[in-house]
Design a protein around this ligand. Sequence first.
Ligand SMILES: *[C@@H]1O[C@H](CO)[C@@H](O)[C@H](O)[C@H]1NC(C)=O
Ligand SMILES: *[C@@H]1O[C@H](CO)[C@@H](O)[C@H](O)[C@H]1NC(C)=O
Length: 443
Amino acid sequence: MLPFASCLPGSLLLWALLLLLLGAASPQDSEEPDSYTECTDGYEWDPDSQHCRDVNECLTIPEACKGEMKCINHYGGYLCLPRSAAVINDLHGEGPPPPVPPAQHPNPCPPGYEPDEQESCVDVDECAQALHDCRPSQQCHNLPGSYQCTCPDGYRKIGPECVDIDECRYRYCQHRCVNLPGSFRCQCEPGFQLGPNNRSCVDVNECDMGAPCEQRCFNSYGTFLCRCHQGYELHRDGFSCNDIDECSYSSYLCQYRCVNEPGRFSCHCPQGYQLLATRLCQDIDECESGAHQCSEAQTCVNFYGGYRCVDTNRCVEPYVQVSDNRCLCPASNPLCREQPSSIVHRYMTITSERSVPADVFQIQATSVYPGAYNAFQIRAGNSQGDFYIRQINNVSAMLVLARPVTGPREYVLDLEMVTMNSLMSYRASSVLRLTVFVGAYTF
Ligand SMILES: *[C@@H]1O[C@H](CO)[C@@H](O)[C@H](O)[C@H]1NC(C)=O
Ligand SMILES: *[C@@H]1O[C@H](CO)[C@@H](O)[C@H](O)[C@H]1NC(C)=O
C-alpha cells in the first residue's frame, strides 16, 4: 500500500485502516488497471481537483450500518454509531479535517461543548481556539454552545463583510460632518464650537477669547465686530482704530486753534484769553481778576488780549486834575483861552475786522444849557479817516468805525463837543480823549 500513501497524511492512513477494520467493506475494485487506482481505500480520484476524494460510504454502500446504528461518513471510511451519539460532523469536504475526538471516545456533549477531565460538558470558546469563520472585518463573540460574528460599532454587515457606516448621511451634525472608520465627528463653521452633545454648534464669544479688537469688541452670532471709542475710526483691517483728526474736519471747531489729540481734540486760545465753553475764547479781564501789575498811581485798563496801566493823573499843564479821568483848564489861566475847557479820558477796546459801519462809542453831553446847541467832531487822532461822527441830537452823537481795522492797534481820538448859544454869544469846547485798543483777533 505504500505507493498510495501520497494521497493521505500518515496519521490519517492509520485512521482509515482502523475504520476499515471496524467493519467497512472496500467498495473499490482494485483490479482497475489504470491510473485511477492511485487512491487508497475509501477515496477516489477526482480528475477535476487532481486529488483523492473521500467516498461517502454511507451513500454508496447499501446498509453500511446495521440495526439501530447510524452511518457517519468520514475521511477514508465511515462510522457506525448508536443513533443517540453526537458527532462533530465535518462535511466541509476537502483538506485536512479539524481535530476530531478520538473515535474510540466520541464527544458525548452537545455541539459547541466538550468534556473536561471530569467528563462534564463545558463550552468551547470557538473565538479563542480559532474555530470560527468570522471574517477579519468581523468580531467573534463566544456564546454558550456556539459563537457569533458581529460587526464593530459603526459598521454594518453588507454581505459577508462589515462595512463602515457613513453616519454623515444621517445628518447627525448641525454644521459639518466628517465620517471616520467606525465613527464620525462633527465640525463647526468658523465662529462656532461644538456644543456639549458634540453635534450642535454654539456661537463662540470671540470677545472673551482674545479677539484682536484694538478697542471695543462686540460678539455676534458666528462672528464679532470691532468698534472704536469716540474720536477714533475703524481701520480697514477691521481691528485697529485710527485717531480721527477732528481739526481737519472743520475750521469752526475752535474759535482760535484746534489741537488734535488721541481720540479727541481741544481748543486753545491766544495769550490773554481763556477758553469758554470748549471752543470759544474769552478775553481775560486782568484788571478785574487782579492779574495786572499796575501800581497804586496807575489805573488798569483792560482790552482784548491784554491790559494797560495808565497814570491816574494824566493832566498836562495848563490842565489840572479834577477827578480820576477829568482834567480842567481853568478859565483864569490865559493859556486856556483857546483850549478846550476840559479833557475827559476814556478807554475802550474793539476786536479786529469788525463789520462796518459799526457804532462803537456814544458821546453824551453831561450838562445841557437851555437854548444851547452842541456839535460833535473828531478833533484829532483820525488821520486815516477810520472813524466818523454821526450826530444823534443836540446832546449826543455816535462814534462810528468806518473801515475794518486789524489789531493790535491803538487810536487816541479827541472827540470834541462844541457848545454854542447864539443868543448869549457863548462858545465852549470840551474834549473826550478816547483811547481805542484794537485787539489782534476777531474775538
Ligand atoms: C464629546 O466629545 C468629547 C471629546 O471627544 C468626549 O469627552 C465627550 O464625552 C463627548 N460628549 C458627548 C455628549 O458625547
Ligand atoms: C437843540 O437845539 C435846538 C436848536 O437847534 C434847540 O431849539 C433845542 O432847544 C435844543 N435842545 C436841547 C435839548 O438842547
